[in-house]
Design a protein around this ligand. Structure first.
Ligand code: NAP
Ligand code: ZN
Ligand code: ZN
Length: 352
């Protein structure tokens, strides 16, 4: 193995196996690299999907984690945007071709060659496995590092690096704002941040959850409407009510129920990524010229814009900070939606 910086981490050895302590090597920063001391890393539902290889083709051993917040330790000699001591974040991508039209437009997430993910992906050399944020340090190209505003604590900022940008990008693209009726399906990690961002953008926000259990929390986050799909009457009342629905559901659910809640020309954007195909009835979209769309994370300029927006609005994630020793338990609880609303690993606990 090439020499590098020895780093403590947690890894899954194979699909579905428990995460355990694991030592990895980070590369010495090259001219355009930033070496980051990771302080906190959020647990995204995508970590669980991938550690269990639900989407197929996963690379093991896997160090998950793409909601990374930390402090710059060292930078390469060509780095201009960052210096030691800066508060920074890294999200779901650490590289892309940097040459195609999408990359040139700052839409690296839609790189024509495919963006290079923070973990469960090979680096551009085609052979080095990328390893994620459940670790003490990471070396990342300057272009893929963003600045965290001073008023956002690092633990509460971490989830913004995936949950924040994944919901900000479609909310902005489909013009959430004053006069728009926006619904968010699933009040989990992505969903709760989506509610706060849509509210801060000035939209009228409704939460569509399975039960009534999260109603008070939803209101505290800025939602003025609440639909519990377990309550048929409240679901019926919501038919043809929304201009835009951000759907964060993580496992197979009946999309027709949600599509029927769109107004004329309404759009439902899937950001949730269940492994199973989702049946859609043609008559859920035809009669009201509705659209079903998808969206993935966001490019680097937009990720910085989202963080600055959150800074201006004092908008942070609601988190439960955990030591890394209980990460496997946290995965189990996440699968039961038993978290208010994002687990964040205190990376210092790798030294316990
Ligand atoms: P999460 O915290 O587990 O939240 C998902 C929420 O979906 C749950 O809290 C629950 O909300 C609802 N839900 C779960 N199963 C459901 C079912 N069968 N029927 C109806 N509702 C259900 O997960 P997350 O971290 O927010 O991630 C959500 C999804 O987005 C995952 O699939 C993840 O992989 C994906 N994702 C995609 C991108 C992207 O770029 N597109 C980025 C990040 C994550 P209630 O309890 O309120 O019903
Ligand atoms: Zn994620
Ligand atoms: Zn590209």
């Amino acid at each position: 193995m090439s020499t590098g910086i020895k780093t403590k981490a947690y890894a899954a050895a194979a699909a579905g196996s428990e995460l355990k302590p694991f030592e990895i090597q980070r590369r010495e920063p090259g001219p355009h690299d930033v070496l980051i001391k990771i302080k906190f890393c959020g647990i995204c539902h995508s970590d669980v999907h991938q550690a269990k290889d639900e989407w197929g083709g996963a690379i093991f051993p896997m160090v998950p984690g793409h909601e990374i917040a930390g402090i710059v330790e060292r930078v390469g000699d060509q780095v201009t945007k960052f210096k030691a001591g800066d508060r920074v974040g890294v999200g779901c991508m650490v590289d892309s071709c940097k040459k195609c039209d999408s990359c040139n437009a700052g839409l690296e997430q839609y790189c024509e060659k495919g963006n290079v993910q923070t973990y469960n992906a090979l680096a551009l050399d085609g052979k080095t496995p990328n390893l994620g944020g459940y670790s003490e340090q990471i070396t990342v190209l300057e272009r893929f590092v963003v600045r965290i505003p001073d008023n956002i604590p690092l633990d509460k900022a971490a989830p913004l690096l995936c949950a924040g940008i994944t919901t900000y990008s479609p909310l902005k693209h489909w013009k959430a704002g004053p006069g728009k009726d926006v619904a968010v399906v699933g009040l989990g990690g992505l969903g709760h941040v989506a509610v706060k961002i849509a509210h801060a953008m000035g939209a009228n926000v409704t939460v569509i959850s399975r039960s009534l259990g999260k109603k008070k929390d939803a209101e505290a986050m800025g939602a003025t409407g609440y639909v519990a799909t377990s309550d048929q009457a409240s679901a019926d009342k919501a038919v043809s009510s929304f201009d835009l629905i951000i759907n964060t559901v993580s496992s197979a659910a009946d999309m027709n129920t949600y599509l029927n809640m769109l107004k004329l020309d309404g759009v439902m954007v899937l950001v949730g990524a269940p492994a199973e195909p989702l049946p859609v009835n043609a008559f859920s979209i035809i009669p009201k010229r509705r659209s079903l769309a998808g969206s993935t994370i966001g490019g680097l300029p937009e990720t910085q814009e989202m963080l600055d927006f959150c800074g201006e609005h004092n908008l942070t994630a609601d988190i439960e900070v955990i030591p890394i020793e209980i990460v496997n338990e946290a995965y189990e609880r996440l699968l039961k939606s038993d978290v208010r609303y994002r687990f964040v690993i205190d990376i210092e606990s790798l030294n316990n």
